[in-house]
Design a protein around this ligand. Sequence first.
Ligand code: BG6
Length: 493
Amino acid sequence: WNATSLSVVVVGASGDLAKKKIFPALFALFYEGLLPPEFHVFGFARSKLTDAEFRDVIASTLSCRISAREKCQEKQEEFLRRCFYSPGNYDSAVSFQELNRRMGEVEAASGKQRANRMFFLSIPPNVFIAAAGGAADHCSTKTGWTRVIVEKPFGRDSASSAALGRGLAAHLREDQIYRIDHYLGKELIENLTVLRFSNLVFEPLWSRQYIRNVQIVFSEDFGTEGRGGYFDQYGIMRDVIQNHLLQILALFAMEPPVSLAAEDIRNEKVKVLRSMRAVQLDDTVLGQYRSRRHGGRTLPGYLDDKTVPPGSLTPTFAACAMFINNARWDGVPFLLKAGKALHTRRAEIRVQFRHVPGNLYKHKFGPDLDSATNELVIRIQPKEAIYLKVNNKVPGLGLRLDTTRLDLQYQSAFNQKELPDAYERLLLDVVNGDKRLFIRADELEAAWELFTPLLHEIESRKIAPELYPYGSRGPVGAHYLAAKYNVRWGDLA
Ligand code: BG6
């Protein structure tokens, strides 16, 4: 680091993701002293801003964590002084050459001999390859590494994703490409492998022998709200299930890797994805939220969003049952569910264990033995937690049983007011060249293969989603799907 400067270029610097996530994450890393002393940020986008105007934009996005207020103002000012802006078009060689010139100037002024450069492409898919080409061909550093971060959508199906991959490969080597799935940067997902592989009590139970089903659930209590233009082209399957939830599934279900090295972990993820059966239409439920009167006002339906084309059939909710055809998981349903405009915001993994064989206390639970089985819940957000539902005797004379929790609440257990944002971890990993939490090309391919036939069938047959009211628990179809596999969603309590 001592002899090397770091330039981070945000391509698409005036976009939503940049403002909400990337700049705040860069600032947090800077604040914590985790970036090299000669570190600079370059914004690149079409709007014609000066450096000063760009700094104003960034300033409005920065805040300090509750626990880190000390010298916050001072640090923000220092951070802003390191921010520069270069306007341009994503498909223009001249614009990237100009960006390269400005970066060269700033890097030279830092007095370091070498420069590393990292690009975050936070731009619409239609300009993706052009911008990757511009960055790689005109802005690669000659004295250090050049890395490019890309984020979904990685195409719409297997074929378009492969085409995108070829486009990127024409300009960049695989080791330069960092495919982000920000769910992998979340604390509880990082912890998943630790939980499995550094405790004796979980891994031996991690199989069809003891696990009845696994549920991976994502819900948001808000709709697309103006983001419908983007969302409508993709729908919830591509937006959340094929990437975020499937990634969680892969980490959850993979075999123990040979080591913690990126390639070893990703080899196992690919293996488990390739052991899975592509999702079937009759194992899928689709929904779309409609408007609802609530507390004297109308909550708008998906089709009321002005950015959504009239009559759109795009699902805002989907649930599907998936299966892994290997010795460990044969026959265990993995139920994935994701929806917008539901009653709550939550992401969690629920592991429902089998019944106790020959349970001596069976008679105490009445006919509903399912509700008395152990359940492990990993709550990814909000209020990160891990808890295990166990049966106990209610204290007192007589014998009454009840299900209670062994409960680990992150905030109180670790005395941390706020956990780092996923983007902080992931950006730092790129700086350090750590690819453990990034998606490899063959992994992406395997993920698309599981969903592409289904997505094509839904679209060609114009399958209409089931409507559900804004703020509800989603379409009833999800319960029938679960019932088909003898499963009860665990997130209803
Ligand atoms: C994004 C999706 O990848 O993840 C959004 O495109 C979704 O539709 C978001 O809202 C959820 O992320 P988080 O971190 O807020 O749960």
